[in-house]
Design a protein around this ligand. Structure first.
Ligand code: SAM
Length: 230
């Protein structure tokens, strides 16, 4: 049984995809997809030996070694020329690490891959990388599970440069349009956090008023975005 987070990531993998799941750990995501006959070829990449051993033992236990190929590798180095990968999932790590993996592995990207990314934090960093590298975001999800709010971003290489506004990069072009209750909750939490930061700064002997003003305008911006229209 997959978590809601990984289930949502897996929903974006189209039937018949040749998948690379990078940073797979226990390999739950590719195992789920193989067991449900969504994929019949998957690369399971892991940089660390312990997690790779977990992945290999789960895949072996489920008799999926002919479909799923566990490989010890840093990022996209797990992908080999003959794999013919057309879907890449990178889930459960920070946006900086996901961006680093994509940037360092650029040579492995052919441009036909669908990228399905689930950063735990730092979503704007991921969107900035996608824009800078001419990827178009074509779906986003936001969900809450066990008290955590997760975003999922899927993207594909575009044939011409793509431009997103500052607002779209920060909040997500689709999430911004949709303004779901979970989205509003996420940004209300962020406001709470920023308000506490200002409160703490106010107690300093020489408060950094410029910084406090900047944080206050960030709060105002978020309030404007999540404002309920009446
Ligand atoms: N993708 C799974 C999920 O979403 O549940 C597992 C997420 S787990 C928190 C992150 C995994 O990424 C760890 O097992 C870690 O070893 C792996 N990892 C971190 N950096 C990596 C890299 N550069 N290349 C491959 N795997 C990496």
């Amino acid at each position: 049984h997959l978590s809601k987070r990984l289930q949502t990531v897996s929903d974006h993998v189209e039937p018949g995809s040749r998948l690379a799941d990078i940073g797979s750990d226990h390999a739950y995501l590719p195992i789920h997809l193989a067991q449900n006959h969504v994929i019949d070829y998957g690369v399971v990449g892991e940089v660390a030996k312990g997690p790779l051993a977990n992945a290999t033992s789960e895949i072996t236990k489920d008799h999926l070694l002919d479909i799923l190929h566990p490989r010890l590798a840093d990022g996209l180095a797990a992908i080999e020329p003959g794999d013919d990968i057309d879907a890449i999932t990178i889930a459960g790590m920070g946006g900086n690490l996901i961006t680093h993996i994509l940037e360092a592995g650029k040579a492995k990207l052919t441009g036909k891959e669908k990228l399905i990314l689930q950063p735990n934090v730092g979503e704007p960093v991921v969107r900035n990388w996608l824009m800078a590298n001419q990827y178009r975001i074509f779906a986003e999800q936001i969900l809450k599970e066990d008290g955590h709010i997760y975003e999922i971003i899927t993207a594909k290489k575009a044939d011409k440069p793509v431009a997103y506004s500052k607002l779209a990069l920060q909040f997500g072009p689709f999430l911004l349009q949709e303004k779901s209750p979970v989205f509003v909750e996420k940004w209300q939490e962020e406001i709470g956090l920023l308000k506490r930061v200002i409160k703490n700064m106010r107690q300093a002997t020489t408060p950094d008023t410029a910084k406090m003003t900047a944080i206050q305008s960030e709060i105002n911006l978020i309030n404007e975005v999540i404002k309920v229209e009446s």
